[in-house]
Design a protein around this ligand. Structure first.
Ligand code: SF4
Length: 293
């Protein structure tokens, strides 16, 4: 039954085609993450990010909840038997997990297996936020984030202007509509903001975009600030901000290219200053800003 001792993969591209559950070293989780892929037979996404790492693949076995449960139990048990700490169980994979028909059933199963085998591991959803436009998904995620599952929602916010969003997401979903839903959600549940910082066709985000993005993050942080207690703890709104760079190959390379690590550090410092200008001290010190070049 043991499987994990083959060694976790370094990135998603190395996983076997069709695999539903895979171990991966995660920079952002800072350790072993067990990924769950709800799209083994096709890419299923509402975005078309130019830096997307999902390469074309050919296999036609659809997602199976039963198989996912078996594989997840096997990988988590193997980690436990081998004395390896699992940092999280993470819904990611070839698309937008919250839009997969089996997402909530898979989430229930993953929470149950996590609680049984590795109760200290976090449960994470990496999302582009477009599921929030659908009320049942919005409500389900708010409950999962605030309730006993303690689902951590890592929410993509790559742009502060419609112009940069158009370049980064290439989606038919209007920017303003998506931002409205994200603001509503931040008022209901804790979130981690994830922002990809890269150049498109050799050009970094223009200053207008940088300023607008900082204003948007500050506005989202203020939404959470109304829920903080006097110690600065935040039960909802932004908990954490992750700025990450393009570190791995993508099918559309070189359309999107990496920016220098120093640029990401500068953006983090600039955001920190923007938050200091707009938030009271307990709230801003409760928000972590981390950089992953
Ligand atoms: S949201 Fe994620 S899966 Fe979808 S296109 Fe962008 S990077 Fe790829």
């Amino acid at each position: 039954m043991d499987r994990l001792n083959i060694g976790p993969i370094e990135n998603h591209r190395q996983r076997e085609e069709g695999v539903l559950v895979y171990p991966v070293y995660s920079r952002r989780s800072q350790g072993l993450s067990i990924g769950i892929n709800l799209f083994p037979d096709h890419k299923g996404c509402s975005f078309d990010c130019p830096y997307c790492e999902v390469f074309p693949f050919k296999q036609d076995t659809p997602f199976s909840l039963e198989l996912m449960e078996k594989q997840l139990f096997r990988e988590l048990s193997a980690a436990q038997n081998q004395g390896i700490i699992v940092k999280d169980v993470c819904f990611s994979g070839n698309g937008e997990p919250s839009l997969a028909p089996d997402f909530f059933a898979a989430l229930d199963a993953a929470a149950r297996i996590r609680d049984r085998v590795v109760p200290d591991a976090a449960l994470v959803l990496i999302t582009n936020g477009t599921g929030l436009l659908h009320d049942p998904i919005f409500q389900g995620l708010a409950q999962a984030a605030s309730g006993p599952k303690a689902l951590r929602i890592w929410l993509k916010l790559d742009a502060g202007t419609a112009a940069w969003y158009t370049l980064m997401a290439r989606s038919a979903i209007p920017f303003e509509r998506l931002i409205r839903a994200i603001k509503e959600f931040a008022a209901c549940a804790p979130i981690t903001i994830q922002t990809m910082l890269c150049a498109i066709q050799g050009k970094p985000p223009p200053q207008e975009e940088v300023t607008a993005w900082e204003g948007l993050v500050a506005a989202l942080a203020e939404i959470g600030a109304c829920a903080r207690c006097s110690t600065g703890e935040r039960a909802r709104g932004i908990q954490d901000i992750q700025l990450y760079g393009k570190a791995r190959p993508a099918p559309e390379d070189p359309l999107a290219t990496a920016l220098a690590p120093a640029y990401l550090e500068e953006r983090a410092a600039s955001l920190k200053a923007a938050l200091e200008r707009s938030l009271p001290p307990p709230a801003r010190s409760a928000i972590r800003i981390r950089v992953f070049p």
